[in-house]
Design a protein around this ligand. Structure first.
Ligand SMILES: C[S@@+](CC[C@H](N)C(=O)[O-])C[C@H]1O[C@@H](n2cnc3c(N)ncnc32)[C@H](O)[C@@H]1O
Length: 423
């Protein structure tokens, strides 16, 4: 194993963007994943992680020759050592979309074997890459102060200046003492109401450690998905959101798209692409409160059937109340992967909107057995989306259309929607 480069300062030229908010550079025959830079820039990069493998990670700590796409960082805590969220804070909004277009096209080519030039589109309400966010989950540090997780770290940056969200969302939160280890869900809902919900700290295991012990992103997600008591401290904790002249009321901690322009645009795409007519069956898998179920109900009409599968019972109940005027829609609480045998009605079209990890082999193979003639798949991670595209192809579905949206401006994240038909 070669000597570790950890802590070294190396002058490099940055190449193409990679999936995860970095640019690829090469030095002395090795690959470096460098954050905080832009393609074409010459930078001094400090190595932050080197496990001796084929690549190491680094931060651009000094920009020696700047790209014309560089702007003053919109987020003051986005630089080296700061939080990991706004990893494209230093790129113009246009450049951010170009970087993501490259990454999505590259993932499709490498993972799914599809050559397609994808252009990531701006969503309405994105402005200059600030103020687009409707909800955020804050961590609370051991001193009771709220903030954001530092990039690849369990430590917390307690500066509450998130340009992704209107600053009114955070008013007064830094002045209060919160329970160490708790989380705060902060929402500005579709009616302009602010809600702040405190989520109790994750339970300690008998060994006295939070389980799992290392609080990486996956561990944090797992811990936060377990049932933890919640208390609304500002607002009612029940938010109201609107799409296509319909209102949904749901828990502030329940799932709703983060970008205020996203639910309407995705619903319009699902409505356009869902290949279903009056009397057909349709499935809305990973349905949340049934935003896409409502669009599918319009397509299949009163004589059709729409089934929404969602593992949160609370979301399914909230969906049921929002869509009570649509008797053709039913909500089935449960896991998608276990639902196929119980979905008695066949579907002409299935819509899948899984979490970041994607649907995966078991779900896509089980779906193919039920053989809907078309599928609309929404994915917020280009790598798992591309993997799912290749799985659909392997079970007899072709990608016939695709759009990608800049649903997370100032970050490297992007939402992809694919339309598939059975061969
Ligand atoms: C990305 S959200 C989409 C929700 C909805 N389509 C929307 O746009 O509002 C994914 C949803 O899937 C649910 N979910 C996650 N894993 C699941 C699983 N294995 N089975 C069923 N639902 C799941 C989550 O609770 C969440 O509501």
């Amino acid at each position: 194993m070669s000597e570790s480069w950890f802590g070294l300062l190396l002058e490099v030229e940055l190449g193409a963007p990679g999936h995860g908010g970095f640019c690829v550079a090469r030095h002395d025959g090795r690959v470096m994943f460098v954050r905080h830079g832009l393609p074409g820039e010459r930078v001094l990069a400090k190595v932050t992680e080197d496990r001796g493998g084929s690549f190491c990670r680094a931060d651009a700590v000094e920009i020696l020759s700047a790209s014309p796409d560089r702007v003053d960082a919109r987020c003051p805590i986005s630089g080296p050592g700061g939080s990991g969220c706004c990893d494209y804070s230093h790129a113009s909004a246009d450049a951010g979309r170009r970087l993501k277009s490259f990454v999505v096209s590259e993932q499709l080519r490498r993972v799914a074997g599809i050559e397609r030039e994808v252009q990531v589109e701006e969503l309405p309400g994105s402005g200059d890459g600030t103020g687009w966010r409707t909800r955020v989950r804050l961590a609370v540090d051991s001193g009771g102060r709220p903030g954001y997780h530092r990039y690849r770290s369990s430590s917390i940056v307690t500066e509450l200046t998130c340009p992704q969200m209107d600053s009114t969302a955070f008013e007064g939160l830094a002045d209060q003492q919160w329970r160490p280890g708790a989380e705060l869900q902060v929402v500005l809902d579709g009616e302009g109401e602010r809600h702040v919900v405190e989520i109790a700290p994750a339970q300690l295991s008998p060994t006295g450690r939070r389980s799992p012990g290392r609080r990486g992103a996956a561990a944090r997600r797992a811990a936060s998905s377990r049932s933890r008591p919640e208390k609304a401290v500002i607002g009612s904790g029940r938010v109201t959101e609107h799409v296509s002249n319909r209102a949904w009321t749901l828990d502030a901690t329940g799932f709703w798209q983060a970008h205020r322009g996203a639910p309407q645009v995705y619903t319009d795409v699902v409505g356009d692409w869902a290949d279903a007519t009056a009397g057909d069956g349709a499935w809305d898998l990973y349905g949340g409160v049934g935003v896409f179920a409502a669009a599918l109900a319009d397509r299949v009409g009163p004589s059709g059937r729409v089934t929404s599968v969602e593992f949160s019972r609370r979301a399914a109940e909230d969906g049921r109340s929002a869509l009570q005027d649509l008797p053709q829609v039913s909500f089935v609480p449960g896991r998608v992967e276990r639902s196929f045998e119980t979905l008695t009605e066949p579907a002409a079209v299935a819509v899948l909107d899984p979490p970041r990890a994607g649907a995966g082999r078991d779900v896509i193979e089980a779906l193919a057995v039920r053989s809907p003639r078309s599928v609309v798949h929404i994915g917020c991670d280009p790598a798992s989306f591309a993997r799912d595209v290749s799985l659909y192809r392997a079970v007899g579905y072709e990608l016939i259309d695709m759009r990608a949206f800049d649903a997370f401006p100032s970050t490297s994240h992007v939402e992809c929607i694919g339309r598939f038909v059975r061969r």
